[in-house]
Design a protein around this ligand. Structure first.
Ligand code: ADP
Ligand code: MG
Length: 226
């Protein structure tokens, strides 16, 4: 399979000019192939979120290179990068990041609206049916359980059909039944559409179900297992 993400000596220093610069990623070199489902593991503070944010182009790097689909992300202008992100990248957060003043329906279609895309009704219906959230569309996030909220957040990502999905501990706030639902869903998605998924998890059992495990310690990759 084709390599779609490649980093070369990716280094991230927070507050580089301060008295307390923080080396969060230390020369990370990583390849992600098309269609892979990768688990990023490691203790709290090891750099997992930092890595995910940089790979997904949400945050910028300090040194090194990032290529996605062969393009050097930091040779793009901010406008090009925003366009690239919109076309290729989806993100699922641990705390769902739904907007409380919008209904479930409005939350799901928000990224489409922001991207100026037309809503494909058939596609929308299929996604909410698959996620079993058809009954929630007029509710507000505070009326939804954790498991429901995460399914809504997944729907909001899926309507954009991103080629690459990043998930930062997507089941970190869920009980075991809802965790299984979400992971099963991501697995199915990965198998059926070939979307590439990169997921941060603390959970060894979940990580075992991925194609590849990348373990971070103090900002370095210390182990990659297939
Ligand atoms: P993880 O997700 O594995 O828990 P993070 O990537 O969030 O780790 O953080 C890696 C290290 O960088 C930690 O020591 C954390 O305290 C530090 N860090 C994270 N974000 C910032 C920031 N915005 N400013 C300064 N230090 C940060
Ligand atoms: Mg984190």
């Amino acid at each position: 399979m084709e390599t779609i993400i490649k980093t070369e000596s990716l280094t991230k220093i927070y507050n580089p000019l301060s008295l307390n610069p923080k080396l969060a990623l230390d020369q990370v070199s990583l390849d992600v192939k098309e269609g892979e489902f990768i688990a990023i593991m490691g203790k709290s503070g090891s750099g997992k979120t930092t890595l995910l944010n940089i790979l997904s182009t949400i945050d910028d790097l300090t040194k090194g290179k990032l290529f996605i689909y062969g393009k050097n992300i930091y040779e793009m202008s901010e406008t090009e990068r925003a366009h690239f992100r919109k076309e290729n990248i989806g993100f699922i957060f641990q705390n769902f990041n739904l907007l409380d003043t919008l209904t479930v329906n409005e939350n799901i279609i928000l990224p489409l609206k922001l991207a100026g895309k037309i809503i494909d009704e058939e596609d929308f219906k299929q996604i909410i049916k698959d996620l079993e959230i058809d009954d929630l569309l007029d509710k507000y996030p505070f009326e939804c359980s954790g498991g429901q909220s995460q399914r809504v957040a997944v729907a909001r990502t899926l309507v954009m059909h991103p080629k690459i999905i990043f998930a930062d501990e997507p089941t970190g706030n869920l009980d075991s039944e809802n965790t299984e639902n979400i992971i099963h869903l991501l697995e199915n998605l990965n198998r059926s559409t070939g979307q590439t998924i990169i997921m941060v998890t603390h959970d060894n059992e979940l990580a075992k179900r991925c194609n590849k495990r990348v373990e971070l310690s103090d900002g370095k990759i210390v182990k990659v297992s297939l």
